[in-house]
Design a protein around this ligand. Structure first.
Ligand code: B12
Length: 255
């Protein structure tokens, strides 16, 4: 007779392995159920521009107001994209494709309506002087436009003088800056000082690989944004709660 100690026995269960959730499954759970809105939101998520336009056409011919489809369908799709990006389920290339599809959709409804949608406000964007890294800035621009803002994009390697002149001319509700190099990010401090000298207390949202919250907090107008998706959130906050820098930092800086 063998003496068996039951605590030493390894028990195996026959368990059915659950299928891992794909980004498509995750998105499926978030789409609205409305049969006219669903295909548009899905096409935005998939970055399928032709399907976005087809979905919009169907909704418009069923009596939906073209401009209202920006908020009711396109933004809903972009909301799914933003949420899954924030959760780390999808990545930057997906966001860029969706943002392009969103812009295509906005163009289409604008044409159909024959009137421009209400623009939420004007924003000036740029990449710091001496810096050519503009991929992150381009995402910021796409997301701002997709969220209804008029963007004056100054491009990359933008001299400080040009940034100041654009703020003076355009009077934006927000200025954004991107810097990917530790050598170029100091231009932000210069922009900040020149704006203050001229009496412009405008929120200056800064991001990009080189900068962090500690650096951006060193100059008075600076608001740090870690992700491109923070840019429209900051702009929306300013529209709703005003441009008090301390208040915006309170909301967006980590404590
Ligand atoms: C692609 C790239 C290039 C491309 C740029 C192409 C382009 N059109 O952008 C090319 C090949 C041209 C290039 C050139 C150089 N590069 Co380079 N490059 C990179 C690389 C690999 C990726 C950068 C990138 O696009 N990241 C992805 C984007 C999406 O990230 P992001 O811009 O940070 O944006 C995200 C967030 O920060 C945020 N965000 C950005 N801006 C804003 C703004 C606001 C308001 C908010 C809310 C959020 C936000 O949104 C985005 C996503 O959510 C990095 C390495 C790395 N790992 O980062 C090196 C890197 C940035 N490069 C570097 C260097 C040194 C150079 C060169 C000097 C190389 C050389 N010797 O010639 C030149 C510089 C030329 C110049 N004067 O600028 C260094 C910088 C080192 C440093 N800390 O100073 C890095 C870090 C590589 C390294 N490890 O050494 N580069």
């Amino acid at each position: 007779m063998i003496d068996i100690d039951p605590s030493g026995i390894l028990v195996r269960y026959n368990v059915k392995m659950e299928k891992a959730m794909t980004p498509e499954d995750a998105a499926e759970e978030l789409y609205p159920k409305d049969s006219l809105i669903y295909p548009i939101a899905k096409a935005i998520f998939e970055g399928e521009e032709d399907d976005v336009v087809e979905g919009l056409e169907k909704a418009i011919s069923s009596g939906k107001d073209p401009i209202s489809l920006i908020d009711d369908a396109l933004m809903v799709g972009m909301g799914v994209v933003t949420r899954l990006y924030d959760e780390g389920v999808i990545f930057l290339p997906n966001v860029m494709m969706s943002a392009d599809a969103m812009l295509e959709g906005i163009e289409h409804v604008k044409q159909k309506a024959g009137r421009a949608p209400v623009v939420k406000g004007k924003i000036v964007t740029h990449v710091a002087e001496g810096d050519v890294h503009d991929i992150g800035k381009n995402i910021v621009v796409a997301l701002l436009r997709a969220n209804g803002y008029e963007v004056v994009d100054l491009g990359r390697d933008v001299p400080v003088d040009e940034v100041i002149a654009a703020v003076e001319k355009e009077k934006p509700l927000l200025l954004t800056g991107t810097a990917l190099m530790t050598t170029t990010m100091y231009a932000f401090k210069e922009v900040n000082d020149r704006l203050l000298e001229k009496g412009y207390r405008i929120p200056f949202a800064c991001g990009g690989g080189a900068v962090n919250q500690d650096f951006v907090s060193q100059y008075e107008l600076g608001i740090y944004g870690e992700e491109a998706a923070d840019a429209p959130k900051i702009a929306d906050f300013i529209k709703e709660h005003g441009d008090n820098i301390a208040k915006i930092r309170e909301k967006f800086h980590k404590h």
